[in-house]
Design a protein around this ligand. Sequence first.
Ligand code: NAP
Length: 291
Amino acid sequence: MQIQTKINGQTALFGIFGHPVKHSFSPILQNTLAALLGENAVYVPFPVPPEGLEAAVKGAFALGVQGLNITIPHKQAILPFLAGIDPLAERIGAVNTLCRRENGFWGYNTDVLGLKKCFSLHHRSLKGERVLLIGAGGAANAAAFLAAEEGADALWIANRTLAKAQALSQRVRQWYPLPVHPISLQDIPHLEGPLLVIQTTSVGMERDESPVLDPSFWQKVPFVVDIIYTPWQTRTLREARAQGAEGVNGFEMLIYQGIASAELWRNIQLSPHEAQALYNALALYYREGQA
Ligand code: NAP
């Protein structure tokens, strides 16, 4: 019989709360990262239903859990159970990362850091740019506040449900002076370029569709991030690239938000080489699984 010593009395515990949580890629990402760091740590999924959230937060703290990710549907609902919150996460109104402190868990939003990293890896900055955000759901919140925080010149928020685009625009305006314009998806082709685009709707995941109805629009766009990563290339990315735009999918955002969480938990910073090696290994693994 082989003695299992990998998990022992000194193993640090991390995890993710979600409902459902079984499709999450974070356990693979975080356990690979812990192995890369040579740490005695384990990261596990916790299926937490909405009615169990408060008890789960208290229980995790009592059990000595060192850090947590928070995913659907808890990113906003968890706010009342935090001991403190990072100022940008507070503006965004959603957290995806909890860090253990003496008095409880503090909340952070690393979705915004993952998206920011995605721009910097491609030598793009939102500062001074005209930005089109497509979508006004959970992920769009982080993207809208990133654009504002980074000093975008103007922001258009296009969404199927205009009222949600209006509400998000209003929230951004409360904190930042930039002009924010809520528009419908049908208005997108009429916008003037050049525009940097962040596509955050789920359109393109299930069916080969794009929220941008006129592909020639992409001639006005030098750079687009579509935060979907399944499929690897959405119709949006395919049409944008065909018109000469540089297009990036959501896998970088996914991996770099996880790296940012891990760095916050440990108060460390991975070297660019370590982060890139981790990204490459996980992208290869993920794409082989899809093939
Ligand atoms: P969400 O809160 O449910 O928002 C969904 C968004 O998609 C809303 O703007 C919604 O518009 C729009 N939408 C859905 N179906 C549509 C349709 N048929 N036509 C037009 N618009 C439609 O979801 P979320 O959490 O923001 O996630 C959105 C996408 O981002 C998902 O594909 C998710 O996998 C991906 N994501 C990626 C990362 C990453 O790290 N790469 C992180 C988070 C999320 P309405 O407001 O009109 O309903």
